[in-house]
Ligand binder design. Structure first.
Ligand code: ZN
Length: 312
């Protein structure tokens, strides 16, 4: 069995409550998991997604309240785009503007697109896609099924040599060449939800400095451990790149490597998914910890910043 596509995108944010307000309340994504950064348990790791947080919909954040803004450079993810029903773009433009978000409208190979930034400066887009209204959606007050976001449409990478990065996506991660904006190399996954990567040449001459609003890494799908190991083997034999050992992230199992353009890539298994440690009806409502941190729950919980707006 093979799957190809974006699994999740992980970005860096400032104040956690503001991140939650924007992504859960304004964009209407479900907070499917509230846990900590397994490598730094004093920090939240917040996962947003559709109702299940299925692969292809999960946008996750490490929020640090006092982090400096990121600075652009060569080798990073410069846009994360969601899919929405084509007829919903006017709704989204009005909703975002009503919340004080500056929105630009454009056309991308015949489809409407809105580009904007979240409160930490993360570059986001909503692409109007015909047929998206038939896909599953998470419904919140104020955003009905005719408008709700349907997971990722694409990410855009800016790297020094798009062809080399593209070859990794094609030969290792199972993507195929596809349509893209002028000046971009386009690659598409092969499974539902269909996700794409657009790659553009970057010419900063310096590496990015990651900070608030930066994407930390993009994770791509592997059906299971065997598929992930086969991908690591192709990466090793064809590109001479060694991925990390597999790490258990509770909701999926992951390996990581830096692609030749400098972007941190992860390959994550589709399973077991976010219902592995809590009732699917109550995802994201309480702090979940991996077994190794459970003994320190009280201390960890006491140190985490609030997800509610600070008192004025
Ligand atoms: Zn990840």
């Amino acid at each position: 069995m093979s799957v190809a596509g974006i699994h999740h995108v992980t970005a860096m944010a400032g104040a956690p409550w503001r991140n939650r307000h924007f992504h859960a309340e304004i964009l209407g994504q479900r907070l499917v998991k509230r846990t900590v950064n397994f490598d730094d348990p004093a920090t939240w790791h917040l996962y947003y997604g559709d109702g299940e947080g299925r692969p292809g919909s999960a946008l996750t954040f490490f929020p640090w309240p006092h982090i400096a803004p990121g600075r652009p450079g060569d080798g990073e993810t410069v846009e994360t785009a969601f899919r929405a029903p084509a007829a919903a773009l006017d709704f989204w433009r009005e909703r975002l503007e009503a919340h004080g978000v500056a929105v630009q409208a454009e056309e991308r190979h015949g489809r409407g697109a809105l580009t904007f930034r979240d409160p930490d400066g993360m570059a986001l887009a909503i692409i109007g896609v015909a047929g998206a209204q038939d896909e599953p959606a998470w419904i919140v007050p104020g955003i009905d099924a005719s408008a709700a976001l349907r997971g990722f449409e694409s990410v855009t990478l800016a790297v020094p040599d798009p062809d080399i990065t593209g070859a990794i996506l094609r030969d290792v991660l199972g993507f195929r060449h596809s349509e893209a904006r002028p000046g971009h190399l386009g690659l598409a996954g092969s499974d539902s939800p269909l996700t794409a990567v657009e790659i553009v040449e970057s010419t900063h001459g310096t590496r990015p400095r990651l900070g608030a609003g930066s994407v930390h890494h993009v994770a791509f799908r592997a059906a299971d451990d065997a598929a992930q190991e086969a991908m690591a083997e192709t990466l090793r034999s064809r590109f001479g790149i060694e991925a990390t050992e597999q790490r258990d992230r509770n909701y999926f199992r992951s390996i990581y490597f830096r692609e030749p353009g400098g972007v941190l890539f992860e390959i994550a298994t589709d399973g077991p998914g976010f219902a592995v440690d809590e009732d699917p009806a109550h995802l994201g409502e309480t702090l979940q910890l991996p077994a190794g941190l459970e003994a320190r729950r009280e201390t960890i919980a006491a140190r985490l910043p609030s997800l509610e707006p600070e008192e004025a």
